[in-house]
Structure formats: C-alpha cells, structure tokens
Design a protein around this ligand. Structure first.
Ligand code: ADP
Length: 397
C-alpha cells in the first residue's frame, strides 16, 4: 500500500514513500531552497541516489518533481504509476484546540488549518501549500493531516494555561499548545515497547535544531517545554527558549522595533546568540573543546536548561520509568548526555559510560539505575505513514 509522507517546511519539502511496511521507506529525499536562487533536489531509492539543481519556484512544482522522481527514477522506480499512491500524510504544525488526532483532509480541515495560520505563520501556510499540491497532483490519494500539537491535547489546564488575564486566552488563544508532538509520541510508543510497559511514565527530550522536553504520565503528555509557539523552553539552534517576558518591553522602551526583538529571539538567539559562532551544536561543541569560552558557555547553558526541565518533569511523572534522548543532538552527542545526566545518581539516574558512547537505539543506563535511560532515534515520518495507512484503511473498509 504505497503511502507518501510530505513535510513542507518554510523553504523545503522532505518526503518518504512507504510500501510494504510503514517502517522502511522505499524512497525519500528533500527539495531545498524553494523559491530561492538555486533549489536542489536530493532523492534516494534503494541504494541509488541523485542530487541535482532543479527549477522549482513553489511547493506545487516541488511536489510535481517528487512524484516524477518516485515514478520515473531508479531501476526499477519504486512505483510504476503515481496513481498507485493511496494515501498522502502531511505533517501539519499547528492544530490548535481543534485537532486532537490525525484526520482525513477535506475542505473544512483545510479552512480550519488556514485559520490557525496566525498562530504558526511560518509553518501552517507551507504545510497547506503541500496539501493543495498533493490534492491536485494525486487526486485519487486520501490526504491525511498529522498534527505536531495533537499529542498535547491531553495536557491538563494547569499545564497549558498561562497565568495571564483570562480574556487573553478567550479572545486571542493565549495558551500553551506544545510542538514536536509527532516525535514525542513516536518516542513514547517506542519506549513503551523497549521498556515492555504499555503506559510508561517518561521524560522525553527531543534535542535537535529545535528542542523540547515532554512529561509523559501513563503514556500521555502532561506537560511540555514549548508554549504558545515553538519559542518557549529549551535553548535551541537560533531560538532563545525561556526569557523573562519583561526583556521584551525593556528592549521596546529602549527603542528596538518589534521586528528586531523577534529576530533576536527567534533567529539570532540560542546557541548562535550565545556562541556568536553557529546555531549548529556540533560546530559549537568543537569550538568549546578548542577552548573558545563563548562556545563553552553556549554548551553549558544548553545542558543547564535541559537539566532544569528534566528536574521539573521528573517531579511530575514520579515514579519515572524512563528518560529518553532523541533529536540530532540527543541521539549523537554522548558528551551532552553526560553533561545533562551527571550527578543525578541520587535521583535514580545512573549512566553506563560505555553504553552512552555506543550508537543506535539502546539503553544507556547502568544495571543499578532505577530509571531506565534510553537513546531512541526519532522517526516522525514512520508515525505519519502509520496514521495515514490506518485512516486510508478505515476509509476503504
Ligand atoms: P532538525 O530539528 O532540523 O530535525 P536535527 O534533529 O537533525 O535537527 O538536529 C540538528 C542538530 O544536531 C544540529 O545542531 C547538529 O549539530 C546536531 N548534531 C548532529 N550530529 C551531531 C553529533 N554527532 N554531535 C553533536 N551534535 C550533532
């Protein structure tokens, strides 16, 4: 049952095609630089791949190039005819209060996602452009929206409400929504399998270019570090994470325009702002190792903020069954895991240094650790593919 997963970012489209199983993709790739000067297309099918410059001015042309590659490239191509694709799963960033699970896309879903664009102006319009392109180019396929916010529909009001005037919530939707939900849900389901516990209490840490922590009680999200937008919480590549909101009026009163403050918090903050070098953790860590004090501070601040949330969330999910590391940094950097976890033995978290340095999905806690510590490479696309296949099957039966 061929299922295509599409993830439209602000200038890119990532995609994977699944066939026999929803775990191992048949093909996948990325088109980057859409609308820019030199868009590029990287495509892989089986053990063959190509990379090429491509004329792509918008998402429709991007999806058309993807469909063409899937049906026309490789020997043999992963599908003979695009009409074989029965479902297209889309990552949709903001589902607001409205969507607590994945849904089949129809006109009313499109209208509602559109109305949520004010809450995610960089993401929802791009996601919708992908939806519209797929509906036009693959008209027989069932479109499915999988929301990054849906996993947080189980947050209790005391976790999602801010202590602000009630009318801000009522009139402007000011509340915590949470993001990276597809990843946190994947990590929860995977940890449940690894721990052989159907409804574990967990703290999941998705540490990538964007970073977030999630408290999971009995398999359901009860708190998260991201807020009304993906700016709140941990230190990220270019996003500041938590700052005192009074910083904003202090800067406004000092004469900085709102656009500059927004840029500082969203694009020039985080690891980039602290290090002055790069938003890329690996590069910053290399400079820190070479003795650069700003880079060292960036790494320490990153780890310190994760520890703050880890402590807060361990309290919420006690007794905790597992702490899960994921995302490019969480999966790959044994040094950052060591920094985050050192000295927590009295909380029941004991790392095995050799397991910490190994690779792949695994337990990194020592036998004596009362809380399991896991590294799980996230796989948001396979979760989107599974939800899509399920909803397509429900439609067909
Ligand atoms: P995205 O949120 O864009 O999916 P990723 O999850 O791929 O991002 O994470 C990207 C981050 O992971 C970058 O900061 C990168 O430097 C970091 N990273 C990747 N590999 C390593 C590594 N081996 N050691 C440390 N950091 C790494």
């Amino acid at each position: 049952m061929p299922v295509l997963v599409i993830n439209c970012g602000s200038s890119s489209i990532k995609y994977k095609l699944y066939g026999r199983t929803m775990e191992d993709p048949l093909a996948g790739g990325i088109i980057e630089g859409i609308g820019g000067e030199r868009p590029r297309h990287l495509h892989a099918a089986g053990d063959q791949e190509f990379e090429a410059e491509i004329e792509v001015g918008d998402y429709r042309q991007g999806v058309a190039a993807i469909v063409k590659a899937l049906a026309g490239w490789g020997s043999p191509p992963p599908i003979g005819d695009p009409a074989e694709i029965v479902g297209v799963g889309h990552r949709v960033v903001h589902g607001g209060d409205r969507f607590s699970e994945s849904v089949v896309i129809d006109r009313s879903v499109i209208a509602e996602v559109e109305s949520l664009s004010t809450l995610a102006p960089l993401h929802n319009p791009a996601n919708l452009a992908g939806v519209r392109a797929a509906r036009e180019l693959l008209p027989r396929a069932v479109g499915v929206a999988v929301f990054d916010t849906a996993f947080f529909s189980t947050l209790p009001p005391h976790a999602y409400r801010y202590a602000v005037p009630e009318r801000w919530w009522r009139d402007f939707g000011v509340r915590r929504y949470g993001f990276h939900g597809i990843s946190h849900r994947y990590l929860t389901e995977r940890a449940a399998r690894l721990l052989e516990h159907p409804r574990p209490n967990l703290v999941t840490l998705h540490l990538g270019a964007g970073a977030s922590a999630c408290a999971i009680r009995e398999g359901k999200a009860v708190d998260t570090s991201m807020g009304m937008t993906p700016l709140e919480g941990l230190v990220m590549g270019t996003r500041s994470g938590d700052v005192d909101p009074a910083v904003v009026f202090h800067l406004m009163e000092a004469g900085l325009p709102a656009s500059e403050i927004r840029r500082g918090l969203q694009r020039e903050g985080g690891l980039l702002g602290l290090s002055g070098i790069s938003p890329d953790f690996r590069r910053v860590a290399d400079h820190a190792r070479a003795g650069d004090p700003s880079a060292a501070l960036a790494v320490e601040t990153f780890a310190h903020r994760v520890r703050r949330y880890l402590g807060a969330f361990l309290v919420q999910v006690a007794p905790c069954d597992g702490v899960v590391f994921s995302g490019g940094i969480g999966e790959n950097s044994h040094e950052v895991r060591h920094l985050i976890l050192s000295g927590l033995e009295t909380l029941g978290l004991v790392v095995d240094p050799a397991r910490n340095r190994a690779e792949g999905e695994r337990r990194i806690s020592a036998e004596v650790s009362s809380v399991d510590i896991l590294v799980i490479p996230t796989d948001e696309e396979s979760l989107i593919a599974r939800d899509t296949a399920r909803l397509v099957n429900e439609r067909m039966s």
